[in-house]
Design a protein around this ligand. Structure first.
Ligand SMILES: [Fe+2]
Length: 193
């Protein structure tokens, strides 16, 4: 029997219900958004996240991977003022929910014609405030960044596939270089009741 925190277990159970009934992954992620909003609005989880370790150094806490449907639940714990890279998540869909603190969620668009290997001209198109309870849906290959606020911040992430061993791109805004590389290092982490 799992001794998982009930709010997290309810989230997982709800996701499994969605994935079992809906074959389209984009629709699954849309249907999962209100569930993640509920989870990151949970006062008990917000308090508990105060003791989670920093994920500085391109790490993610790995809270759960579903053996049947392949989705993964991560957490990131940012130090104050953390500057995040501009990146995509390759073919994975991502729901990014702020649990504690505040962050800035940046979106970019690609302006070049993709003819030059290893080069992309990208431009910032929007910045939205990430506050506890806010969830952002990021489609495959969407270029974006999550920036830390003035204090420590924590986010819970639902991914349609576990990252870490999938090649993702980072984008250098000054030179236009595209830097492919591995995703965040996955650190298994249990949230018990
Ligand atoms: Fe991201």
């Amino acid at each position: 029997m799992s001794n998982r925190l009930p709010a997290l277990q309810r989230f997982i159970d709800g996701l499994r219900d969605i994935w079992s009934a809906e074959p389209d992954i984009a629709r699954c992620m849309e249907k999962a958004k209100p569930l993640l909003e509920t989870l990151v609005g949970d006062p008990q989880l917000q308090v508990r996240s105060a003791e989670w370790p920093s994920t500085e150094g391109r790490k993610n806490l790995l809270l759960y991977v579903d053996d049947d449907y392949g989705f993964a639940i991560n957490a990131v714990v940012r130090v104050p003022g953390r500057r995040g890279s501009v990146h995509d998540h390759a073919h994975a869909w991502v729901l990014y929910g702020v649990l504690h603190g505040s962050e800035s969620l940046e979106r970019y668009e690609r302006l070049d014609d993709r003819s030059r290997e290893g080069y992309a001209k990208v431009r910032l198109t929007s910045v939205s405030a990430g506050v506890p309870g806010k969830v952002d849906l990021v489609a495959p290959f969407d270029i974006h960044a999550e920036q830390g606020g003035s204090g420590r911040s924590v986010a819970i992430i639902l991914r349609s596939a576990k990252l870490g061993d999938i090649t993702q791109n980072q984008y250098d805004l000054e030179t236009g270089a595209i830097r492919p590389g591995p995703g965040p290092t996955q650190i298994p982490f249990e949230i018990t009741a």
